[in-house]
Design a protein around this ligand. Structure first.
Ligand SMILES: Cc1ncc(COP(=O)(O)O)c(C=O)c1O
Length: 433
């Protein structure tokens, strides 16, 4: 008789995991207040000393967010993707400029560079925290390098001090994609005030959300002004505002609405509790699973806080003697998903393909059939060949496992079932061979 659910045995758990939804009465009240006021957005796309910066709620949200991370400025935007594009623009990246970027992130981290005809130069990642490896970054610097784009992947901060040291030596701008890391801590300081510009996401999958949304933080007055111009039709604002540096000040409409800002302020109040819940659940799983040989629980570096957008495990195929995907499918079969996930499991193998392996990079087509990245302005040679970043490729293809069971409001009782499922599959893994 098979024991494992994947082979027809009885699963560890039949009850669904709890729904992850923290839009409550507070958000409803805030939204109704805005609806009643009739002011859904108050941006003016021309120079005005107040409304160029948006409505009251947008400006209040920005003050609260900048206080929260300890940065001088916060600039809200309608998505993290818009924020990354604005940050690349504010860094004065132009045609043919290189930006060194992690290959292991959501695709927008690198495409933001292409939006300004910049050339993404991928550097490999660290195998413990999965963020850009500063040594690899150093190896990729050329006279064309303008910026470094790093992601605080899964909620663990990147090695920001090292990257900022490199940036200082070579006069580069560091853009930090912290879409997955609100509230993360690096060397006892909040992520958001440590690099030149940090971009957060408020999309529906993130720790806190307003459907879509984003916010960029910076301590630099010049960068803040440029971000505001890019967010809001800069080309028609510069004369009235008296801006003399016109580089990359052509603008977009990346504006956040009053409704979203009002909801975001309520969501931010909930963030500390939501993070505590994720961290408590992740710590419990790490403690209970760390002694299973071949299941390696996440590293949290000294004086850092991991905020577990997902909890990544490293899986050692040789040690367990069962292929990762087979093992994880078997764990998943022991545990149902949650009603808000359709039929998508709460645990799975792999995160994303290293970005240079996407068709656009493989075919070197960003704009049309005969326009390579940054060309004809680019004097270097792009390299997006398979094998470019072996650590990222090995981790993605063979090793990484994403665990989303930790999402609030799951409790330790729920985590016990996850531990039981891992242990059951581990003990009966001969059934999978
Ligand atoms: C690391 C990272 N960067 C960028 C994005 C894009 O964020 P948004 O959907 O807010 O544009 C995401 C969203 O999943 C992300 O996880």
């Amino acid at each position: 008789m098979p024991k494992l659910a994947i082979n027809g045995g009885k699963p560890v758990r039949s009850k669904m995991f709890p729904v992850h939804n923290f839009i409550g009465q507070e958000e409803k009240k805030a939204a109704i207040e805005v609806l009643d006021s009739g002011v859904m957005s108050e941006f003016l796309g021309g120079w005005d000393p107040i409304y160029f910066y948006g409505g009251e709620k947008v400006r209040e949200f920005e003050r609260i967010w900048s206080d929260f991370v300890g940065a001088k400025h916060a600039v809200s935007v309608n998505s993290n993707t818009s924020g990354l594009v604005a940050a690349v623009g504010a860094a004065n990246v132009g045609p043919g400029d290189e930006v060194i970027v992690t290959p292991y992130s959501m695709s927008a981290t690198a495409t933001a560079i292409i939006a300004y005809n910049g050339v993404p130069v991928f550097a490999d990642i660290l195998d413990d925290i999965f963020c850009l490896d500063p040594v690899e970054v150093r190896n990729k610097i050329t006279s064309r390098t303008k910026a470094i784009m790093v992601t605080d992947l899964f909620g663990h901060p990147a090695d920001i001090d090292e990257l900022m040291n490199i940036a200082e030596e070579h006069n580069l701008i560091v853009i930090e994609d912290a879409a997955q890391a609100p509230g993360a801590i690096y060397k006892n300081k909040f992520v958001g005030a440590l690099s030149h510009m940090t971009v957060f996401s408020l999309n529906c999958h993130k720790h806190i959300q307003t459907g879509e949304g984003g916010v960029i933080t910076t301590n630099d007055d010049r960068l803040a002004e440029k971000l505001q111009l890019i967010r809001n039709h800069g080309e028609s604002v510069v004369e009235g505002k008296g801006v003399s540096d016109l580089v990359n000040t052509f603008g977009f409409n990346f504006r956040y609405t009053e409704l979203q800002a009002a909801i975001a302020m309520e969501q931010l109040k909930k963030l500390p509790w939501l993070l505590d819940c994720r961290i408590r659940n992740a710590d419990y799983l790490s403690l209970k699973l760390k002694d299973l040989p071949g299941i390696i629980t996440p590293v949290v570096r000294k004086d850092c806080r991991h905020v577990y957008y997902v909890q990544p495990f490293i899986y050692d195929n040789d040690e367990v003697e069962v292929k990762r995907d087979k093992f994880i499918d078997a764990v998943s079969a022991e545990l149902p998903t949650s009603p808000d996930r359709a039929n998508v499991p709460l645990i799975w193998s792999g995160f994303v393909k290293p970005l240079y392996l996407l068709p656009m990079y493989q075919k070197l087509i960003a704009y049309n059939n005969d326009t390579l990245f940054g060309l004809p302005y680019y004097s270097g040679e792009v390299d997006y060949a398979a094998g470019l970043c072996p650590v990222a490729e090995r981790i993605e293809n063979d090793k990484i496992v994403m665990n989303d069971f930790i999402r609030p409001p799951a409790e330790i009782e729920d985590m016990k079932d996850v531990v039981d499922a891992f242990e059951k599959v581990y003990e009966n893994r001969d059934e999978l061979k």
